[in-house]
Design a protein around this ligand. Structure first.
Ligand code: 9MR
Length: 363
């Protein structure tokens, strides 16, 4: 056969058309999202950005207005956690007034997109409204305030919340009950069991969790949580799960003992979950992470995911926001950042691809 100019032109055209688009693995990989890649038993979630630190930023509430953000949120995730919208100061701003609108919008969005919702949170020392924090209440009044809050909020979302973070950050790093928590301070640690009982009565199908940070490595805090979980279970309290938030910083080392921590709670018959994963780093001058930093970050993300995948009852893996555009990290740690899996424009970082590949390999 004679190679004519026309043949060469046609061959070149075919090559340019075909080669980039038809590599099967590449084409498939490009289409898959995190939720599509995940094994069926595992929910892959994110916080839905709004409230909290966003109120001080020069942009409107992200969840309600950013359409490209909402598209990614719907496509990539099968679970959503209101970042702030279900916290006391948002949902119960005055003693006799509840504000369900912003959280309702998230629950509706989740239903439309086939997502479950993680409720966050009912008993915490932070982001409580001034009326509660500064009010003068007797112990009996505080107890009935908490009870009413739990029945009202959990009841409002009855049947629509997969998992509730009932108790958030109730222990300090030494495993002691936090006295900053107004309910624990006034009523003692026994109020934790009551909170679980009330939440269970208000929504018998919701799975009820203890949730905290600083439990990614063994130590006094994990020991205290394990003792608490054993006690609650022995007392017949409806506790269903233990969750590690997993706010990691690369300066503190890899989360290489997380699997063994989760396993201890799995051994008690509890579910486990990762609820707020992000991996921050100290940014070089100029603010752009190095390739090496991004690779280390990807490894941290996948170490956490693999820990969850290796533990039988770990059924929920949530990252605390998916784009640096809305991350809480630079606001709270001014020298650190780049903690999420996507850049400001939703372009994906190595950590995103590493998570997706790890999910796909576990399917
Ligand atoms: O991401 C939340 C941010 O918008 C709030 O300003 C902040 C206030 O404490 O809370 C952030 O979320 C926290 C979560 O509710 C509980 N664990 C730690 C999270 C990061 O601070």
């Amino acid at each position: 056969m004679t190679v004519t100019k026309a043949y060469l032109v046609a061959a070149l055209a075919a090559a340019t058309l075909i080669v980039p688009a038809t590599h099967p693995a590449e084409a498939h990989g490009r289409q898959q999202t995190l939720r599509q890649a995940a094994p069926h038993h595992l929910r892959v979630g994110t916080a839905a950005a709004g409230g909290g630190h966003h109120l001080d930023q020069p942009y409107p509430d992200p969840f309600t207005y950013d359409q490209p953000y909402r598209r990614v949120l719907a496509q990539e995730f099968s679970s959503v956690s209101p970042e702030n919208q279900m916290k006391w100061e948002f949902i119960h701003p005055e003693r006799n007034k509840y504000n369900f609108g912003p959280a309702d919008a998230i629950v509706r969005f989740a239903r439309r997109n086939g997502q479950v919702v993680r409720g966050h949170t009912l008993l915490w020392h932070s982001q409580n409204p001034a009326w509660l924090q500064e009010g003068q209440f007797t112990p009996a009044q505080l107890r009935s305030i908490l009870r009413n809050h739990i029945f009202t909020v959990v009841g409002h979302y009855r049947g629509q919340i997969q998992q509730w973070d009932v108790a958030n950050e109730i222990l300090d790093e030494n495993g002691q009950y936090r006295q900053e928590n107004p309910f624990i301070k006034a009523l003692g640690p026994g109020i934790v069991a009551d909170a679980f009982r009330w939440a269970h009565q208000a929504d018998p199908h919701a799975q009820l969790f203890l949730n905290d940070y600083g439990v990614e490595w063994p130590g006094a805090k994990v020991d205290a949580y394990e003792a608490l979980a054993r006690q609650l279970l022995a007392d017949g309290v409806p506790l269903h799960g233990f969750a590690a938030q997993a706010h990691l910083s690369m300066q503190y080392g890899a989360p290489d003992q997380l699997q063994s921590v989760l396993q201890r709670f799995d051994n008690l018959g509890l579910q486990t979950a990762i609820t707020e994963l992000d991996v921050r780093m100290t940014l070089p001058a100029g603010g752009v992470p190095t390739q090496e930093q991004l690779q280390t970050q990807a490894t941290y993300y996948t170490t956490v995911l693999k820990a969850c995948l290796a533990v039988r009852g770990c059924n929920s893996f949530t990252i605390w926001g998916f784009t640096d555009k809305y991350s809480w990290v630079p606001v709270f740690f001014p020298t650190e950042g780049a903690a999420t899996v996507m850049w400001d424009d939703f372009e994906r970082k190595p950590a995103y691809y590493a998570l997706r590949a790890t999910l796909a390999a576990a399917r």
